[in-house]
Design a protein around this ligand. Structure first.
Ligand SMILES: [Zn+2]
Length: 336
């Protein structure tokens, strides 16, 4: 296990009242230190433009670099220092996955700003450069045949989906809340062209939590991963699907988050020589964000982190109908 992190990430402040705040990382670091998990922490060097170009158009990269003070959207502002920190966040993700490949170990990249809403020529939803998409492209370029991306964030990763929609070598599976930002992620979209079948969306209604996610992993996420046989797994970790999160209304507990992480770690151990990289996306309730991330890092180390936020809100599988419809759609391409 190794953690990838840069102190510079604390310097990204959109405005003092923004929910995507440096306090999120401070809470995580404090919690990791409290459980003696703040070990083997590796900072990245400068994020290079050539790396960003694996996903983003040159004009867009240059706009972020040179605009000075501007806004991409109402909630995604650019300051003079944004370019350097966002590029470093992408480099942090790439370095974590390359280290995982070289050392056959699970890694966690404490990326900030996040990335999964950013596409080739746009940023939105607190994201500037798509950390996970850049990382997947880098692994492909370095010779991996297939890369799986599992997106746990409560918001659909519209940028990641767009980048790989026609690409059968990168599988994208997203569980997210339906009817909220960014409005994409329909269960009827399974990719396009050669990429058909390699994009799976599970859009869940408000309230869905532990029992629904357990079903989705057991009957859809795990079997598709087994059949796809990736060389590496990349995970967009969003803890904004927690019942405590203020920005959305799914109801996953901290235990539920960790059950997903353990299944993915176990899958990677059995099938990818241990190659799995978790990277941070959203999560705006700092206590639950911190304990879930610490729990995931603990799971990589075989250390049990005691959990406080373990209420089970959804014990009757509120999203069963949705998961079953997703399975029917995906069964055109996968044996489910
Ligand atoms: Zn999110």
């Amino acid at each position: 296990m190794a953690i990838f992190f840069n102190e510079e990430f604390y310097g990204h402040v959109q405005d003092p009242f923004h929910p995507e705040s440096p306090e999120r990382l401070r809470g995580i670091v404090q919690k990791l230190k409290a459980h003696d998990l703040w070990k083997d922490v590796r900072p990245s060097k400068t994020g290079h433009k050539d790396m960003l170009k694996l996903v983003h158009e040159e004009d867009y990269i240059e706009f972020i670099e040179t605009c000075g003070e501007c806004s991409l959207t109402m909630d995604t502002r650019v300051h003079h220092e944004t370019y350097g920190i966002a590029a470093l966040s992408a480099q942090c993700a790439v370095d974590a996955a390359v280290y995982s490949k070289e050392h056959k170990r699970a890694t966690f990249a404490l990326t900030r700003p996040p990335g999964h809403h950013s596409g080739p020529n746009y940023g939105m939803g607190f994201c500037y450069f798509n950390n996970i998409a850049i990382t997947a492209r880098r692994l492909r370029k370095d010779g991996d045949g297939r890369v799986a991306i599992v997106d746990m964030d409560v918001h659909h990763g519209n940028g990641t989906e767009q980048v790989f929609a026609a690409d059968p070598t990168v599988l994208y599976i997203s569980t997210h809340q339906t009817g909220i930002f960014p409005g994409t992620g329909s269960l009827d979209f399974l990719g396009k062209g050669d990429g058909q079948g390699f994009n799976i969306n599970v859009p869940l209604a408000s309230g869905c939590g532990d029992s629904t996610f357990d079903l989705a992993y057991k009957s859809l996420v795990n079997p598709v991963l087994e059949q796809f046989r990736p060389d590496a797994v990349l995970v967009s970790v969003g803890v904004d699907n927690h019942y405590r999160d203020p920005l959305a209304s799914l109801s996953l507990s901290s235990d539920g988050h960790l059950r997903q992480a353990r299944q993915l770690l176990d899958f990677a151990k059995r099938n990818c020589g241990g190659r799995i990289t978790f990277m941070l996306e959203g999560g705006y309730d700092i206590p639950s964000l911190s304990e879930v991330v610490a729990g995931m890092v603990g799971a990589m180390e075989g250390v049990e982190v005691p959990l406080e936020f373990t209420d089970i809100v959804d014990n009757s599988c509120l999203g069963r109908g949705t998961v079953e419809r997703c399975m029917r759609n995906a069964s055109e391409y996968w044996d489910l």
